[in-house]
Design a binder for this molecule. Structure first.
Ligand code: TXA
Ligand code: MG
Length: 341
């Protein structure tokens, strides 16, 4: 299949009409969002949604997020919208937050991964919103990477993974948040944070009161444990290189690398640190600045493969606020391998 490439930054660009038509007609289109690029299909067209799983090589029990552009589109997707969910949506939509509720019958098992719930989000990216509006239907969209690879924060990474497999890729430049949306389930009580993201636990607590943080946010699932969010059980976000996170200050980090500077070793460090390290280094944002780390972490993980790294040692990120999302993604890339210095 020939994949069309569109560069669009203006939400009133007339080509968005064709893109909406392609989606409504059952095609797959990679679209920008404020978090990461998504691989979109008409959420109400089961055959179209099935093609997403094929293009990504995604396990069929891993459910998809449904994207809407108006609050009024939410109602038909779910059994009911409790007051707490509406309050949350009014506080943080449009934005990097996904809300899980009991699904309605129009959501197929293909979208829900056979669960009885559905995840819905209203992105804030103007081009994403314009595309959903023109399509006139809610769009199912996982991150637009091959399953297991880091999520794409720039269109060039979507091109790497999806060229020839989908109808079109819409390039709007870099994604501003850089990690996927916060996923919270209101289908359980108290509400449960399944995946940390740009909307922090504190921001959720402000609106919802008590919430629980799923153990899979920090830890590897135990043998036989069922994942609240199926995505958490798969090896995820991994570069081809082996990754370990080093816990300790910069001096210790540097000393560790001085005794581990074999060929193929790469440091994942903060901006400004690279020049004093004895090995090749890639930066992922600024120290003590979680938003900048979130913005760069997936890009950095893609780049370690580009330069053919064999072993990667990463600086330990902040792990509160948005930093919790960075920590959650990095420990998965590192297969939970943390070395105390
Ligand atoms: O920011 C984002 O959320 C991006 C952009 C494209 O919107 N999308 C995204 O989708 O990250 P995906 O499919 O890569 O991640 C969705 C996560 C998976 O871990 C999945 O298991 C979980 O959300 N999920 C989806 N529906 C669920 C449900 N009904 N119950 C529990 N977890 C669910
Ligand atoms: Mg994903």
């Amino acid at each position: 299949m020939e994949t069309k490439l569109y560069k669009i930054t203006d939400p009133s660009d007339s080509r968005i009409g064709q893109i909406g038509e392609a989606l409504k007609g059952g095609g797959l289109v990679a679209i920008p969002t404020e978090t990461v690029y998504g691989l979109a299909a008409n959420a109400l067209d089961e055959d179209a949604v099935k093609k997403i799983y094929v293009a990504k090589g995604r396990p069929s029990d891993n459910p998809l997020i449904v994207h809407i552009s108006e609050l009024s589109q939410w109602d038909e997707l779910v059994e009911e919208i409790p007051e707490s969910a509406m309050k949350l949506a009014k506080s943080y939509w449009p934005g990097p937050l996904t809300i899980i509720l009991k699904k309605s019958d129009i959501i197929s098992k293909t979208v829900s991964g056979s669960l009885d719930t559905v995840a819905v989000r209203m992105p804030s990216h103007p081009v994403a919103r314009a595309i959903i509006e023109k399509a006139g239907v809610p769009l199912a969209a996982p991150s637009a990477n091959t399953s297991g690879k880091p999520s794409p924060t720039e269109a060039k990474y979507v091109v790497e993974d999806m060229m020839g497999k989908i109808e079109a890729i819409v390039d709007s430049g870099e994604c501003s948040v850089g990690v996927e949306s916060t996923v919270v389930s209101l289908a359980v009580s108290p509400p449960r944070l399944l995946r940390p993201g740009g909307i922090t636990p504190e921001m959720l607590t402000d609106v919802l009161g008590e919430i629980e943080i799923d153990s899979a946010v920090f830890d590897k699932l135990a043998e036989g444990q069922t994942a609240s969010s199926p995505g958490m059980k798969y090896k995820h976000y991994s570069p081809d290189a082996k990754v370990a996170i080093l816990k300790g200050d910069f001096e210790k980090f540097k000393a560790f690398l001085e005794s581990h500077n074999e060929e193929g070793t790469v440091a994942l460090c903060f901006e400004g640190e690279e020049s004093s390290l004895p090995v090749k280094a890639i930066t992922y944002g600024r120290e003590k600045d979680s938003a900048s780390q979130a913005n760069k972490v997936f890009d950095a993980l893609r780049r370690v493969d580009e330069i053919g790294a064999k072993q990667v040692f990463a600086r330990f990120p902040e792990n509160d606020g948005v930093g919790l999302a960075v920590f959650n993604r990095l420990i998965r890339a590192a297969a939970f391998n943390i070395i105390e210095l």
